[in-house]
Design a protein around this ligand. Structure first.
Ligand code: ADP
Length: 557
């Protein structure tokens, strides 16, 4: 090529090609050009629509050369600087390679964007809650449509609707670029503008844009400014530390950078290489950004997957703990049931024995009425036991059901214990047991005097019963902060460690230590009463040496 000329008045671009051999086969490759290309006044390449981002080639005929100068004059109209013209001259062999490269790149991009759209849609189909997936699918779908532009416009279809649709694909892609950036990072527009990012808002914007675009001269359709909006959205997302925002920013910068290289080449008076233009015509520039979106989606899904895996492990552990708890609870219930049965059996047994004795007595008296006076004390004593047992059972059941209505009054504990000790002294003296009572300072609790007395009586009577003659029973009252500490010490038989946990159970009696009139309910009743007064009972015992029951009760000033 010897030179070119651009006449800014006629806006015509001329260039001469001088060859050594006019029979050397050369080809002219050209992209979309606004005017026909002339050689010696004859059209050799027809202008194509602005939307035709595709390459064509024409073989240069030897007859087009000036035989003497071996020069060929090409001439075509050019609105802009000639450096921006997608016109390349190469050998026929070169063109045979160049065009397939273009078609392959085109097909590659088309396939990738289509697959991405399908991928986005299938993910969304299976996971509706991830809203950005459908936008990714729509965005990559629009990229596919945009890629298809040159192909569809080539088909000479009469369907104007489709022609119209594809002619807006570029603008829509540029707009959806902004939308997808906002959707990926849940960016909200200020105030009412946020509606623009809703489904209806986006549809409205796309339609308004399409109308506006139809009215606009075609040569103004380079919407680079829109890409800067998406860059701004991504910078905002980075500033807000949104996950993966950097990745998309890098992708978008590469995409935009590649676009700008071609856009600013005429200003820099540099020619654009065929390969770079091929990449642009096949819309490959969109891929870095789209691929980054895809990588981000994969990353988000992988993270969600890991999260749910961790949750599943946690759930499994919780299940195991629950299973264990259920098993333990079932075991406890079985145990309770067993205890209940034993409890019932004991009650039946304890009721049956005195009834049996009473029956025997009445039979005896029936046969020999003179034995009445002799049998009467036995009958009375057995009847007393039955009455005592029934009373205890009744009270126990009421305490369990929290049905005992406690009289609430001020109860001076020192006085109350003094009374109980006094009442029990008869029994201790009968057994030759020393009873001691020590009180630091009297104190007052709030509760039911009769029931509290009953609770302490059970404990002191037990201490006397389970202590051998000659032993000692000591009752002490102390105060500590707002609590009264009442301890009942004895030098009795003691309770083995394994029995200490069970003695408060209903009807539990340590075998071999049964006392007269033993019901196995005394301690449960005492504990029930003390608990209802916000207090507690503890036991400390040394087997064979003695036992200490300590009762804690809140005191009032
Ligand atoms: P019981 O009517 O049989 O005394 P309790 O509920 O009062 O029923 O007591 C349960 C068991 O606790 C008793 O069978 C007895 O073996 C044991 N026990 C209670 N108090 C004492 C004590 N002070 N010394 C030793 N053993 C005791």
């Amino acid at each position: 090529m010897t030179g070119y000329r651009w006449d800014s008045n006629t806006r015509k671009y001329y260039f001469d090609i001088v060859v050594e051999d006019i029979y050397q086969p050369l080809s002219l490759i050209y992209g979309f050009i606004p005017e026909d290309i002339y050689v010696n006044g004859n059209i050799i390449a027809h202008s194509v629509d602005f939307n035709y981002s595709k390459f064509s080639s024409v073989k240069i005929d030897s007859s087009w050369y000036d035989k003497k100068t071996k020069t060929l004059n090409l001439e075509f109209y050019s609105k802009t600087n000639p450096y921006n013209q997608p016109v390349y001259i190469t050998t026929v062999k070169g063109s045979a390679n160049a065009l397939p490269i273009y078609y392959m790149t085109f097909a590659f991009n088309l396939g990738i964007t289509f697959l991405m759209s399908l991928y986005g849609f299938s993910l969304y189909y299976n996971k509706h809650s991830e809203n950005y997936l459908i936008w990714f699918s729509i965005y990559t779908g629009a990229l596919t449509l945009w890629s298809l532009t040159s192909l569809i416009l080539d088909w000479n279809l009469d369907w104007n609707f489709i022609r119209l649709l594809v002619s807006h694909a570029y603008g829509w892609c540029a707009l959806l670029d902004v939308v997808i950036c906002c959707k990926m990072f849940s960016i909200k527009l200020p105030g009412r503008f946020d509606w623009l990012l809703s489904r209806n808002g986006v549809i409205t914007v796309l339609l308004v844009w399409a109308t506006f675009e139809t009215l606009m001269p075609k040569t103004f359709r380079d919407y680079y400014f829109l890409f800067f909006f998406s860059i701004a959205a991504l910078v905002y997302a980075c500033a807000k530390n949104r996950k993966g925002a950097w990745m998309l920013l890098v992708g978008q910068t590469i995409s935009l950078g590649m676009r700008l290289v071609i856009a600013i080449s005429p200003a820099l008076m540099t020619q654009t290489s065929y390969l770079l233009r091929v990449m642009r015509y096949s819309k490959l520039f969109n891929l870095p950004f789209a691929i980054c979106c895809l990588l981000l989606i994969n990353r988000l899904f992988a993270e969600k997957f890991s999260e749910s895996e961790a949750l599943a492990v946690q759930l499994e552990q919780t299940n195991q703990i629950l299973d264990k708890k259920v098993a333990e609870r079932t075991q406890a219930l079985k145990e309770q049931q067993k205890q209940r049965n034993i409890f019932m059996m004991n009650i039946f047994h304890d009721l049956r024995t005195p009834l049996f004795v009473l029956n025997g007595c009445t039979e005896k008296i029936k046969a020999q009425p003179q034995l009445l006076m002799q049998e009467l004390p036995i009958m009375k004593e057995r009847l007393y036991f039955v009455q005592h047992l029934v009373d205890d059972l009744f009270l126990m059941a009421k305490l369990e059901d929290k049905q005992v209505i406690l009289e609430t009054e001020r109860v001076p504990l020192g006085e109350l214990l003094g009374r109980v000790v006094k009442a029990c002294r008869v029994a201790s003296e009968e057994k030759n047991i020393i009873m001691l009572y020590k009180i630091d300072k009297d104190c007052v609790t709030w509760g039911d005097e009769y029931r509290i007395e009953q609770a302490f009586q059970n404990l002191i009577i037990n201490a006397i019963y389970y202590t051998k003659p000659g032993g000692t029973v000591r009752v002490e009252l102390k105060t500590c902060d707002n609590t009264a500490l009442i301890s009942i010490h004895d030098t009795g038989v003691g309770i083995s460690p394994e029995d200490q946990d069970k003695i408060f159970d209903r009807y539990y009696r340590v075998s071999g230590t049964e006392k007269h009139h033993s019901t196995g309910l005394g301690l449960s009743i005492s504990q029930g009463i003390i608990n209802q007064h916000q207090g507690n009972i503890k036991v400390e015992s040394y087997f064979g040496k003695g036992t200490v029951f300590t009762v804690q009760l809140p005191i009032i000033q």
